[in-house]
Ligand binder design. Structure first.
Ligand SMILES: NC(=O)c1ccc[n+]([C@@H]2O[C@H](COP(=O)([O-])OP(=O)(O)OC[C@H]3O[C@@H](n4cnc5c(N)ncnc54)[C@H](O)[C@@H]3O)[C@@H](O)[C@H]2O)c1
Length: 459
């Protein structure tokens, strides 16, 4: 498919779009890329998903939907798989040769030294240079630092001596994805799209395309770096505010003040925005995004963004603080962490999703083991799986009845019905640490549990 007039104007693009004469390629069909590809195919646009993970590609080709914690897309998956509009492949060159629009949903993690790693994007940039057809719109949905597209990515796509020409052979638009895992379907239609391109015409073309597929507002930004800064700022705002609340939580624990009562009262004021304390901030976004900004400052003016740096320090301390809280509660029961059997309830970094990337549970488990604890894990998304070098239990009851202490790390729905009286009756030693504020503190105490919560007041 090669609509040669695709690049001339927004109107000409719209005309091709109205005839479904635009072939879309989504590179990286993971948590974000697969729902994206399915959304385009569901609008009858020919869509090719590309991934280097052959297991994933084979399993999708055999009809297995891989994102069981992402509702709604399972139905779209079954539907589009029966049409000619959706296919997946490992063969990037063939896919690029057929495509007019290429959307990049590639991972942008960080390395062990907290330095953002853009190797997937940089490697695909070379493939784009080598294989795209004339007039290809490249949309970068991955989360990158402001300036990465302009300073590094575009140069590889152009190639040496600028063999490919911007706005003739290709154009690049940043449309950083802001959807939340577990809620991607509703977020795709609810959250505004941030769009900023190298050239305004292609921002508008991208806006037309996204309007055609998603029922969401478009926010046009002046360029790629501003769009990427908007994406990072929204997430880092959360990381910083959670750190602020975590710091207060540690103070309030010593003062017998329940932070949830404080937040509830503050939230009545129109310009307060509630954030909640916890065992730490994980996932592929918030921690990485803070380090992306820290990296940007280092590169741009050899500087430090002090608030973000401190926020990271506090949030990364929270798993250790959680262990201190457990040790204190066990002490009250006459036990110590050493040789205690400690049950971890929930290892995902966020409720109701199967994702353990940078989960605070890992740090808590490591630290407890160093102190000599025996660990048991229950998470409804990881039953019987080997995670963090432990086989997760497949029965919540087993973990409860063997535990000297339970730490609720993730507020999965399944844990919301936990009854403190039942816990008191079933646990070996009734020590319960609620790091996510889901248990009523008065009820917990009346039940006889030795109860602690992050920021929930004294003993
Ligand atoms: N997961 C989230 O919560 C979320 C939300 C908003 C934005 N984002 C951003 O979206 C981007 C993608 O994140 P994700 O969570 O979907 O990642 P993911 O790890 O779930 O999926 C990425 C996919 O890319 C594939 N891949 C890696 N290198 C490749 C290559 N060279 N060629 C082809 N495929 C390759 C991987 O095999 C994987 O399937 C990241 O930049 C992330 O920061 C993620």
């Amino acid at each position: 498919m090669s609509p040669n007039t695709f690049f001339t104007s927004v109107d000409s693009f719209s005309e091709h779009l109205s005839k479904n004469n635009i072939c879309v390629c989504v590179i990286g069909i993971g948590r974000i890329g697969l729902p994206t590809a399915l959304s385009f195919a569901n609008k009858d646009l020919p869509t090719i998903g590309v991934d280097i993970n052959s297991k994933l590609v084979n399993s999708i080709n055999s009809g297995k939907y891989p994102l069981n914690d992402e509702p709604e897309f399972d139905k779209i998956f079954d539907k589009v798989l029966k049409t000619n509009f959706f296919s997946v492949t490992e063969n990037i060159s063939e896919a690029l040769k057929k495509s007019n629009v290429v959307i990049l949903s590639l991972p942008t993690p960080m390395d062990k030294n907290y330095v953002p790693n853009y190797s997937a994007l940089l490697s695909v940039a070379q493939d784009l240079h080598d294989f795209i057809q004339h007039e290809t719109l490249i949309i970068v949905e991955s989360t990158v630092e402001p300036g990465f597209i302009e300073d590094e990515f575009i140069k590889i796509v152009e190639g040496k001596n600028k063999k490919l020409t911007q706005n003739i052979d290709f154009s690049i638009v940043a449309c950083p994805e802001t959807a939340n895992p577990g809620e991607i379907f509703s977020d795709f239609h609810k959250l505004p799209r941030l769009i900023g391109g190298i050239d305004e015409k292609f921002s508008k073309i991208t806006g037309k395309l996204y309007n055609h597929v998603f029922n969401a507002e478009i926010i046009y930004l002046p360029n790629c770096k501003t769009a990427n800064a908007a994406k990072l700022t929204a997430n880092v705002f959360r990381d910083v505010n959670i750190a602020f609340i975590n710091e207060l939580a540690m103070l309030f624990e010593k003062m017998d003040i329940d932070i949830l009562k404080v937040i509830e009262a503050c939230d009545r004021k129109y310009n307060f925005q509630a954030h909640f304390p916890g065992a730490g901030v994980g996932g592929p976004c918030l921690p990485v995004n803070s380090y992306q900004y820290l990296n940007t400052a280092r590169k741009t003016f050899d500087g430090v963004l002090r608030i973000i740096e401190t926020a990271r320090e506090i949030n990364e301390h929270m798993p250790h603080h959680t262990v201190e809280v457990v040790a204190d509660a066990l002490n009250e029961s006459g036990k110590s962490v050493k040789n205690a059997t400690i049950g971890i309830l929930g290892i995902s970094y966020k409720p109701n999703v199967a994702d353990i990337q940078l989960s605070p549970a890992e740090e808590i488990i490591k630290h407890l083991e160093k102190l000599g604890a025996k660990i048991k894990i229950y998470d409804p998304f990881y039953k019987s799986q080997n995670i963090f070098s432990h086989i997760c239990d497949d029965s919540l009851f087993n973990v409860i009845e063997n535990a000297d202490a339970l730490i609720l790390v993730t507020a999965h729905n399944e844990f919301k019905n936990i009854d403190p009286v039942t816990l008191f009756n079933q646990m070996k030693t009734p020590v319960f640490i609620d790091t996510r504020g889901i248990i009523d503190i008065e009820f917990a105490k009346k039940s006889g549990l030795i109860f602690r919560g992050i920021g929930r007041g004294g003993k």
